[in-house]
Design a protein around this ligand. Structure first.
Ligand code: SF4
Length: 117
């Protein structure tokens, strides 16, 4: 089979132009939009970044920042601390995620923060 007869997009090519040995698994992206969302997603987000309204950021969402309750071994509340993580992530997973930058691209659970009156 000559080069002109090879099927397109089925085998990844290295920077030097030779085919990589990957068996039958193609390493070609089939959905560039999904790839972009994965690239925008930060640890601790409730869903993929960039799946919210166009241009919206976590800094505009009321789920960013919440009061984290600290309990002792008996389960009694001993104090609270302000978390800079996503409250929706905590509600969905039961785990506290890391702090998110306010400029992080919003996810599908984004809600517009009510303006202060
Ligand atoms: S948009 Fe809101 S719900 Fe989604 S990750 Fe950011 S803070 Fe959390």
């Amino acid at each position: 089979m000559g080069d002109s007869e090879k099927p397109l997009g089925l085998a990844p090519v290295t920077a030097q132009g030779s085919e990589m040995k990957t068996g039958n698994i193609p390493l070609v992206s089939l959905d560039p939009i999904f790839d972009s969302q994965i690239a925008k997603t930060r640890p601790g987000q409730a869903h993929f970044g960039g799946t919210g309204p166009f241009g919206a950021t976590c800094g505009e969402c009321p789920f960013l920042g919440y009061w984290r309750q600290i309990c002792n071994a008996s389960g009694d509340l001993v104090r609270t601390t302000k978390s800079q993580g996503c409250e929706k992530y905590f509600k969905l997973t039961g785990r506290h995620g890391p702090a998110l930058a306010p400029g992080t691209d919003a996810c599908r659970y984004f809600e517009r923060r009510e303006p202060k009156t």
